[in-house]
Design a protein around this ligand. Structure first.
Ligand code: AMP
Ligand code: GLY
Length: 423
C-alpha cells in the first residue's frame, strides 16, 4: 500500500512512524513533512490547502490511503472533494467530510449538537451582533471568569477567559466586530468549568468506533500552568484520575452519544474524533471537539497502541470497525516538547539542532524542523518531541527529561514540571 499523510508537525511524524510499522505499507509520502518524516518516508512539497493539487498527486502516484493530520484541510472540504472524484473510488480517505469537520470548525454547531444529543457540556449562549443586549444579560447570569469563544477556527487563539465583567463585554464587542475576522462573527459564551482537562480519542467509521488511550496535554508555556497558551508543551498517557468509573462515564455520556449523533445526522465520518474533556468533580464535560488527533497527544497515544494502526484505518474505511479490538501497551508514555525560545510569541528559527546520536531509550519525533545545508535546523515554535515509556508517567517523564539534556539548540526551552498536577 501507498499512504499519503498531510501535515508537518510532531503529530504527523508520529503517524508516519506508526504507519511505517505496518507490513501492509510499502511507501509513505508526507506533505509537506519535516526533517523527521523525511528520514523514514518521502516528503513532498504540496500545498495542503489545494485540493486539486493533492488529488493530482494521489492519481499520479497511485496512493491507496490519505491520512489528514490537521483540521484546516478537513474544514476546507478535502474529503468531500476526493470522494466526489470518480477516478478515486478505491482511495481510503481518513478524515471526516466537511459536515463532520464542522464539529471543530464551528463551536456554535458543536454546542447545538451536544445539546441535541444530551452530551454533558457547559451552559452556553451564542452571541451575535443582533442579540448583543441579550448576550450581556446572559453574561450577567454567569459567575466569573467569563468564557468567550470565537465560533470559527482561530489558530488556537479564539478562546478568552476573563475575570472582569466590563472587560468581557468590551472583548465580546471587539470579537463580534472582527477581532478574529469572520471566525468571531458569532461568539459562544460559556459557563466556566473548574477541573482538570484530558483528551480522549476515538477512531470511527461513522457508526462504530474504537477508543484509543486517553492523554493529558500541557497547553501553557510556563511552569505551574501559567502564561500564554501554546500548541502543547508535552503530554502524558494514561491520566491518573481516568479510572474505570470515569472511563465508563466518558463512554456512556460522551463517546457513544456523539457517534450516535454523527450517524443519526447522516454525517460521513471516517477518522479520528478528539474529545477535549474536563473532569468536574468526577464528571466529564466536553470542552470541545476536534476532528483530528491532538498534538502532542499523538506522541504518547500512538506509541501505546500495539495493534497495526493501518489495519484499524482500513477497517474504518470499510466500515468494519466493530470487528476490531485494538491492543494497548500497559506502560505509561510521556512526551516533552522542546520549543524555540520566545515561543509562543516571536522567536528565531534556523537554529542548528545537535545531539540526535546521543538519544537512547526515547523516541524522538520532529515537529518544526527542516534540513538546511546538511544540518537539521529549527523551523517552528515547537521543534522536537521526546517520547519515553515508563512504569508510570513520572518514570516516563524522567527519561524524556534526561534525553532533553542531550538535544541542543540555541535558546531551547521546555517545561520541567510536566505531570506536577497529577501527583
Ligand atoms: P478550546 O479551544 O475550546 O479547547 O478552549 C481552549 C482552552 O480554554 C481549553 O483547553 C480550556 O483550558 C479553556 N476552556 C475552554 N472552555 C472552558 C470552560 N467552559 N471552562 C473552563 N475552561 C475552558
Ligand atoms: N493538544 C491540543 C490540540 O491538538 O488541539
Amino acid at each position: 500500500m501507498k499512504v499519503l499523510i498531510l501535515g508537518s508537525g510532531g503529530r504527523e511524524h508520529t503517524l508516519c512512524w506508526k504507519i511505517k510499522q505496518s507490513p501492509k505499507v510499502a511507501d509513505i509520502f508526507v506533505a509537506p513533512g519535516n526533517a523527521g518524516t523525511n528520514q523514514i518516508a518521502n516528503n513532498v512539497n504540496l500545498n495542503i490547502k489545494d485540493n486539486k493539487e493533492i488529488a493530482d498527486f494521489i492519481k499520479t502516484n497511485k496512493i491507496d490511503m490519505i491520512v489528514i493530520g490537521p483540521e484546516d484541510p478537513l474544514v476546507n472540504g478535502i474529503t468531500d472533494y476526493l470522494e466526489a472524484d470518480k477516478s478515486l473510488k478505491v482511495l481510503m480517505v481518513i478524515g471526516p467530510s466537511k459536515a463532520g469537520a464542522i464539529l471543530e470548525g464551528s463551536k456554535d454547531f458543536a454546542k447545538q449538537f451536544m445539546q441535541k444529543y444530551n452530551i454533558t457540556t457547559a451552559k452556553y449562549m451564542t452571541a451575535t451582533k443582533d442579540n448583543f443586549s441579550a448576550s450581556i444579560e446572559f453574561l450577567k447570569t454567569m459567575n466569573p471568569p467569563y468564557v468567550l469563544k470565537a465560533d470559527g477556527l482561530a489558530a488556537g487563539k479564539g478562546v478568552l477567559i476573563l475575570d472582569d465583567f466590563d472587560v468581557a463585554i468590551e472583548e465580546l464587542y471587539k470579537m463580534l466586530n472582527g477581532k478574529f475576522g469572520e471566525a468571531s462573527s458569532k461568539v459562544v459564551l460559556e459557563e466556566f468549568l473548574d477541573g482538570v482537562e484530558c483528551s480522549v480519542f476515538a477512531i470511527t467509521d461513522g457508526k462504530d468506533f474504537v477508543v484509543l488511550p486517553e492523554a493529558k496535554d500541557y497547553k501553557r508555556i510556563g511552569e505551574g500552568n501559567t502564561g500564554l497558551n501554546t500548541g502543547g508543551m508535552g503530554a502524558v498517557s494514561p491520566v491518573p484520575f481516568y479510572n474505570a468509573e470515569f472511563e465508563t462515564k466518558v463512554l456512556e455520556r460522551v463517546v457513544k452519544p456523539t457517534i450516535y449523533g454523527i450517524n443519526n445526522e447522516k454525517i460521513k465520518y471516517t477518522g479520528f474524533v478528539f474529545f477535549g474533556l474536563i473532569n468536574v468533580k468526577g464528571d466529564p464535560y466536553v470542552i470541545e471537539y476536534n476532528v483530528r488527533m491532538g498534538d502532542p497527544e499523538t506522541e504518547v497515544v500512538l506509541p501505546r497502541l500495539k495493534s497495526d494502526l493501518v489495519e484499524i484505518l482500513i477497517a474504518a474505511s470499510n466500515k468494519t470497525l466493530k470487528d476490531i479490538k485494538p491492543e494497548y501497551d500497559s506502560r505509561a508514555a510521556a512526551t516533552v516538547m522542546l520549543v524555540s525560545g520566545g515561543y509562543p510569541e516571536a522567536y528565531e528559527k534556523g537554529k542548528i539542532i545537535s545531539g540526535f546520536d546521543k538519544v537512547k531509550d526515547t523516541i524522538l519525533f520532529h515537529a518544526g524542523t527542516k534540513v538546511e545545508n546538511g544540518n537539521i535546523t529549527s523551523s517552528g515554535g515547537r521543534v522536537i518531541a521526546l517520547s519515553s515509556f515508563g512504569g508510570n508517567i513520572f518514570e516516563a517523564l524522567e527519561k524524556s527529561y534526561k534525553t532533553a539534556e542531550v538535544i541542543v539548540f540555541d535558546k531551547v526551552y521546555y517545561r520541567k514540571d510536566l505531570g506536577f498536577d497529577l501527583k
